[in-house]
Design a protein around this ligand. Structure first.
Ligand code: PEP
Ligand code: MN
Length: 337
């Protein structure tokens, strides 16, 4: 815990603080002088039992920070400013609103290119498309692999949009050379060797929250990437598993303001995998905008009934256009640029 002391605090005020801190079995670092300001550092396991609000209430205290957060690099204390992830001229985080859209899976060259051009025209600025699909059943479509990534590259060229695609295995990383954002899927959020490998390279990493993961666990996954040296991390809430079975997952709307408070990293929402039903996607998207998300990731297909994967939750192009214009109106109302 770092306690910044007020300039001009009296000896009596300081003594009152030191007397209070003494009751806890913590290690007190010698008081440092930084631009004539005094800083008191408290360390040790017992620090977690000290109440920040109680310390803040001492008249000599200017501010208090917990630096014993399990995810120091991802935490707000590390950076009061929002991290802005930049990819090919598109920004994620820092106040704007970014729409990522595209099919669940890349199916054919025409399919991905047609959808890319249509969603771009309607307001998307990043194209999604899975080539390696982590499916629950081994007997379902697993993605086109290398061929899918090549179709995605063609769509990137024809639409002019940067791309995001899921990497499921460290061994596949070389094939993602032309992909702009590397997605870690919900099932792989705990794959620490993959996260470490993504920390050692420079491309932005989009980490989806595991469906049984707490927000702290999500932030710890981000910490793996950040601690490897890669500061370009985007977090994605995509619904969690609850007792409710009316929807595929339960979208945790609270995750948005909670994450925005805990971390400086951009927070986006994937309402498609949360809902599992296209009819709900518009409402969940607008709720996410209202709750302060930095962007959305939406599954869109030109013919959802024939999609290889997740057709039931995919918006048609027309539905996407309608939603994109509502998002534009809501972000304008909210003053989001
Ligand atoms: C996806 O975005 O294609 C996907 C599989 O999502 P999730 O990992 O959230 O299930
Ligand atoms: Mn999908």
């Amino acid at each position: 815990m770092i306690i910044v002391l007020k300039r001009g605090a009296t000896a009596e005020e300081l003594d009152a603080l030191y007397d209070y801190v003494k009751q806890f079995k913590v290690y007190q670092q010698s008081i440092m002088q930084e631009k004539s300001r005094s800083i008191l550092a408290l360390m040790g396991d017992a620090v977690s039992s000290i109440d920040v609000d109680r310390i803040s209430a001492f008249p000599c205290v200017e501010s208090v920070y917990r630096v014993d957060a399990p995810y120091p690099l991802a935490s707000r204390e590390h950076s009061a400013e929002d991290t802005v992830v930049r990819v090919q001229g598109v920004k994620l985080g820092g106040g704007g609103f970014t729409i990522i859209a595209g099919p669940c899976s890349v199916e054919t060259s025409e399919q991905i290119s047609d959808i890319a051009c249509a969603v771009r025209k309607a307001g998307a600025s990043i194209l999604r498309g899975g080539a390696y699909k982590p499916r629950s059943s081994p007997y379902t479509f697993q993605g086109l692999g290398r061929q899918g990534l090549s179709y995605l590259s063609q769509a990137k060229l024809s639409s002019g949009m940067p791309t995001v695609s899921e990497v499921v295995d460290v061994a596949d990383l070389d094939m993602f050379e032309d992909v702009d954002i590397l997605q870690v899927g919900a099932r792989n959020m705990h794959n620490y060797s993959l996260l470490k490998a993504l920390g050692r390279q420079e491309k932005p990493v989009l980490i989806k929250r595991g469906y049984c993961a707490t927000l702290e666990e999500l932030l710890l996954s981000a910490e793996y990437v950040l601690s490897g040296g890669n500061q370009n991390v985007i977090l994605c809430e995509r619904g969690i598993r609850t007792f409710e079975n009316a929807t595929r997952n339960t979208l945790d709307i609270s995750a948005i303001p909670v994450l925005k408070r805990l971390t400086h990293l951009p927070v986006i929402v994937d309402p498609s995998h949360a809902a599992g039903n296209a009819e709900l996607v518009s409402s969940l998207s607008l709720a996410s905008v209202a709750a302060g998300a930095d962007g959305l990731m939406l599954e869109v297909h030109s013919n959802p009934s024939e999609a290889f994967t997740d057709g039931c939750q995919a918006l048609t192009i027309d539905e996407f256009e309608t939603l994109a214009s509502k998002i534009g109106a809501l972000t304008a109302f909210m003053g989001v640029l």
